[in-house]
Write a protein that binds this ligand. Structure first.
Ligand code: CTP
Length: 476
């Protein structure tokens, strides 16, 4: 098969010409070939040459129109250049064809020079093991020893060689397998999947950063629950994310039962994913009920309860983020906040939707209120249609009320108009409990609608409150 049309770009001709002048067989391989056959855009190009990838990269960099730096990774025998095509920065990586053998305790292989065939044999999946020739005489020729093109047609992921060897050599590939299945909407060949089940323990030699990178890619796919189901089925989920496996199962006492929180969480995750591509909003969906197993109680009057799971869950976020090596920054605080507040909008309607309760909610949610409402809406997974409609109707009432109050009182980015410094300055105080009490009184009065959100009025209110506490102004 000739795929010249897939590499219809000057850069491939340049690479081919330089390779010819050096007498090197050279190919574009891996993800770029897979994606171009599938009609997907890719700006990462992997080039394999039967010789020195570093020398080839250096010679190419010296002839391409815009000067580019060659980044050399001597230890890996690879080199990288950047090249701009249609305003997009392409990353082109060069490597010499290799033959690899692995030790049991490490994913760091012993590497020797090899042929194209050796190089294709050591790749993870048939769809990633195709190569297109760049040398002039064979420009565009596809070399597909494992019938990757047919696997793309059949939408199948399978390993080129014995799956046990492919996965044991590099256990990260087990996650890549599930990730590709979800990203591309492909099925995994049963014998390949069974090999994941057999080799799952080997994932323990992979660094957490690499695991998390793959997991995040799965979470960002369009139907992420598929990935979690596959991870669960092969047993990898129990190893990398036991807290989520703990959500599985249903318990009953007589007629009373509770929902399977694993299934529910996955449904919420898919619901959120239909509405947003934000990685950490999806993480909030994954973690929103994470503390349910720890807070589950049975009460003969109320049935099963999970009181305080939102509080405990928001506290678990930091531990989970730390273990996953996810950033412990504002993204984590955002997830904590969403987990903490995820029940609030529904609770608002279950009591009476008072203006002050809505104001408090807007104040606490701040700029994340829209994301919180997406989570809250996605959390309605009841199979009882009447119940579901009632919840949706209630949420709509809360939303409407939020819009009205926000328009009127501008609470979302509200800052108390009198600061702690103001109070200390006026009353000659150093930081102390009274300053906090007075500040809270002003904030509460505004949120309760008793005081306008205005500095002058807030100062008058402060004077009254301070007087009642027996405080005197500095200059009195
Ligand atoms: N590869 C492999 N085993 C791995 C990682 C990569 O065999 N653990 C090979 C595959 O042939 C893959 C190529 O190296 O196609 C490039 O790897 P990478 O850039 O990580 O993946 P892509 O297939 O390009 O896909 P993506 O960019 O979506 O990760």
């Amino acid at each position: 098969m000739n795929l010249e049309d897939k590499i219809d770009n000057d850069i491939f001709r340049i690479i081919g010409n330089v390779a010819d002048s050096m007498n090197l067989e050279t190919y574009v391989v891996g993800g770029f070939v897979r994606d171009s056959i599938m009609g997907r855009k890719s700006t990462d190009i992997d080039i394999v040459t039967i010789g020195s990838g570093i020398e080839l990269a250096q010679n190419i960099a010296s002839v391409i129109p815009h000067k580019t730096k060659v980044t050399v990774f001597k230890n890996f025998g690879t080199a990288m250049i950047h090249y701009t095509i249609d305003d997009k920065l392409w990353q082109i990586e060069f490597v010499g064809a290799r033959k690899e053998s692995y030790r049991k305790d490490s994913r760091k292989p012993i590497v020797e020079d090899g042929t194209l065939e050796d190089d294709q044999n050591r790749r993870d999946f048939t769809i990633n093991a195709m190569a297109i020739s760049l040398n002039e005489k064979t420009f565009g020729l596809l070399l597909d020893p494992f019938d990757g093109v047919n696997d793309i047609k059949r939408q199948i992921i399978r390993t080129p060689l014995d799956s046990d060897i492919t996965f044991s050599d590099d256990p990260l590939r087990m996650l890549r397998c599930i990730r590709f299945a979800c990203q591309l909407d492909f099925s995994i060949l049963p014998s390949t999947f069974d090999a994941i089940t057999r080799n799952k323990e080997r994932i323990k030699i992979i660094s957490q950063e690499r695991i998390t990178e793959e997991l995040n890619k799965m979470i960002l796919s369009s139907h992420p629950s598929d990935a979690f189901r596959l991870l669960d089925k092969c047993g990898l989920l129990e190893i990398i994310f036991p807290e989520i496996v703990a959500l599985k199962g249903v318990e009953s006492v007589g007629e009373r039962t509770h929902k399977d929180n694993f299934k529910h969480t996955l449904e919420v995750l898919d619901n959120v994913s239909k509405q947003s591509n934000k990685l950490f909003l999806r993480w909030a969906a994954i973690l929103h009920d994470i503390a349910k197993p720890l807070t589950k109680r049975y009460d003969s009057r109320l049935g099963f309860t999970f009181h305080g799971h939102e509080v405990k869950g928001s506290k678990m976020v930091v531990h989970i983020f730390r273990r996953f090596k996810l950033p412990l920054n504002d993204s984590m605080k955002y997830v904590q906040k969403l987990v903490f507040l995820h029940l609030r909008p529904i609770a608002l309607v279950e009591d009476e939707v008072t203006d002050s309760a809505v104001r408090r909610f807007l104040f606490e949610a701040g700029d994340d209120v829209d994301d919180l409402m997406i989570l809250c809406h996605s959390d309605i997974t009841s199979k009882n249609m009447l119940k579901k409609q009632q919840y949706i109707k209630n949420l709509a009432i809360v939303k409407q009320k939020m819009i009205e109050i926000e328009e009127k009182d501008k609470i979302r980015n509200f800052k108390v108009p009198v600061t702690g410094e103001d109070i200390m300055e006026i009353y000659g105080l150093s930081p102390c409990i009274q300053v906090g009490i007075l500040k809270d009184k002003i904030k509460d009065a505004i949120l309760d609608g008793e005081l306008e959100n205005d500095r002058e009025k807030a100062l008058d209110f402060l004077y009254e409150q301070a007087k009642a506490l027996g405080l005197k102004k500095k200059n009195e």
